[in-house]
Design a protein around this ligand. Structure first.
Ligand code: SF4
Ligand code: SF4
Length: 127
């Protein structure tokens, strides 16, 4: 079990390996250098990689393609590029929004059964 402290609560995480976070309706953005790393891992050229596995997201760069099952790299509930998955996936569920807002945390908890939280206990003699 992992945990990270947010203001007023601590977010806990114990992944059940269900793959549900890769099935939710959303976008996985490719950060600087991530495209190249995944391309090399898959041994495909840039043209093929972009065509098969990514979509352009307005002016914000590229995102991983979604298919009927969710992320195109989710196969039988496993990430087939796990070793080189993007930072957005690596840092889940400790995203800035989740660490700032209980509403965002509750949204993540609605689809990820591995995520939870506990509230801070005030010290007995706290002012
Ligand atoms: S939804 Fe949560 S428990 Fe399931 S694989 Fe994703 S992180 Fe793990
Ligand atoms: S890249 Fe892997 S971990 Fe990230 S959403 Fe796709 S299947 Fe899930």
């Amino acid at each position: 079990m992992f945990s990270r402290k947010a203001p007023g609560y601590t977010v806990t995480h114990n992944c059940k390996k269900c793959g549900d976070c890769c099935r939710v309706d959303g976008y996985v953005f490719l950060g600087r250098g991530e495209e190249k790393r995944i391309m090399e891992y898959l041994a495909v050229c840039k043209k093929e990689f972009r065509k098969r596995f990514t979509d352009r997201f307005f002016l914000f760069g590229r995102v991983l393609k979604l298919d009927a099952e969710g992320c195109c790299f989710l196969v039988e509930s496993r990430c087939v590029i796990y070793e080189v998955r993007p930072m957005q996936c690596r840092s889940f569920p400790y995203w800035p929004g989740v660490m700032r807002s209980k509403k965002d945390l509750e949204h993540v908890m609605s689809y990820c059964k591995g995520t939870g939280f506990y509230a801070e206990k005030r010290a007995k003699n706290a002012p």
